[in-house]
Structure formats: structure tokens, C-alpha cells
Write a protein that binds this ligand. Structure first.
Ligand code: FE2
Ligand code: FE2
Length: 195
């Protein structure tokens, strides 16, 4: 995956914060989809890529034993989701300032991070791409395996849910297209097309 040297440097700074809740693999996969989305959706890679790389750094401020109470199908402590957004935006700002990143872009990146899960309406084209890249993780082979284990959902049931929610969830046509293709691949993984 080729990203600009400055984005790679930002990623290196983010990594210590991502070593929890499988966030490093989550971020790599979201990055892969963000790069794909940027090929057909209009967006500023200097906002989208850092926002994707840094969006979940805030989880590091929340004790790992509480993570599963904060997200998923039945969160008992959904306020923690807000904490990871707000704290994440602060950490992101520090990292970006360290590299003297343009302040206008820092502003947008931090706004995106501050609402990446709880704000349903996107604030910009860039935000739409970040939100779709984040969600596409669930459709990847690895992401689906991790989430199924976390939430203890049978494969078939989870596939039906993910397929049914595509049009409602995804904000860009490219996001929808990629999600639909991934669902076909996951059905194939599950052996649904065999025999
Ligand atoms: Fe998040
Ligand atoms: Fe995420």
C-alpha cells in the first residue's frame, strides 16, 4: 500500500495508540478501502488518509476490559464511544501539529474524528469517504471474522445483516459497490456457491 511519506510518518506515530482492540489491523484495512474509494470518489487524500489513520487512536485511553461495553449490537456503555472520538481528536491534533501539518486540514481531520461513529450525517465529502472506509472493514474477510468472534454471531445471520444494511449505511456509490462485491466474496468464503 503506497501512501505519501508524510502520511506514513503520521501512521508510525499513531501505531502505539492503535495497539489495542485489534485497531492496527482495523486501520490497515480501512486504509486499503480509503485508497480504493479515493480512486473514484472526489476527496482530499491529505484529509482522508490522516483521518483514517488516526480515527481510532482514542481507544487507547479506554481500559481494554471496557471496550466491548462501548460498541457492537448491544452496548451497555455507549458513552465510551463518544470518549474515544473526543480523546482521539486530541491525540490526532498533537500528532498532526508535531509534523506542522496545515492547520486548515488539521481542523477538518479532527472534526471528522470527533464524530466518526456517533455523527451519522457527514460534514464533507472527505468525511463520507472516511465513514465508508471505516464500515467496509466489517465486510473484509479479516474484519468479519473478528467481529463475528467478538459478537458471537453465526456467519449466515451476520451476512444477511451486512447485506441488508448496505444501502442504508454507505454514503458513497463506490462504498456501496465495494460492500456488495465483498459480500459476494464472503459468501464464496463460506462455501455458499459450492455444489
Ligand atoms: Fe471508532
Ligand atoms: Fe474504526
Amino acid at each position: 500500500m503506497l501512501i505519501k511519506p508524510i502520511h506514513q510518518k503520521i501512521f508510525e506515530k499513531a501505531k502505539p495508540f492503535l495497539r489495542t482492540r485489534k485497531n492496527l489491523i482495523h486501520t490497515r484495512i480501512a486504509l486499503h478501502y480509503a485508497l480504493k474509494l479515493l480512486q473514484s470518489e472526489k476527496g482530499d487524500e491529505d484529509v482522508v488518509i490522516p483521518a483514517v489513520l488516526l480515527h481510532d487512536v482514542g481507544w487507547k485511553t479506554i481500559p481494554a476490559n471496557l471496550h466491548l461495553t462501548a460498541f457492537g449490537p448491544n452496548p451497555s456503555n455507549p458513552k465510551l464511544a463518544r470518549v474515544h472520538e473526543v480523546e482521539g481528536a486530541k491525540i490526532a491534533e498533537t500528532i498532526l501539529k508535531h509534523f506542522q501539518y496545515p492547520s486548515k486540514k488539521i481542523k477538518e481531520i479532527c472534526r471528522i474524528i470527533r464524530g466518526h461513529d456517533t455523527r451519522k450525517r457527514p460534514i464533507s465529502r472527505n468525511d463520507r469517504i472516511v465513514k465508508d472506509a471505516d464500515k467496509l472493514w466489517r465486510y473484509s474477510r479479516k474484519g468479519m471474522a473478528i467481529d463475528r468472534e467478538r459478537f458471537q454471531i453465526p456467519r449466515r445471520e451476520y451476512l444477511v445483516f451486512l447485506e441488508g444494511i448496505i444501502d442504508q449505511w454507505f454514503l458513497t456509490p463506490t462504498g456501496k459497490r465495494i460492500a456488495k462485491r465483498e459480500i459476494l466474496l464472503r459468501k464464496h468464503d463460506a462455501g455458499e456457491f459450492k455444489g
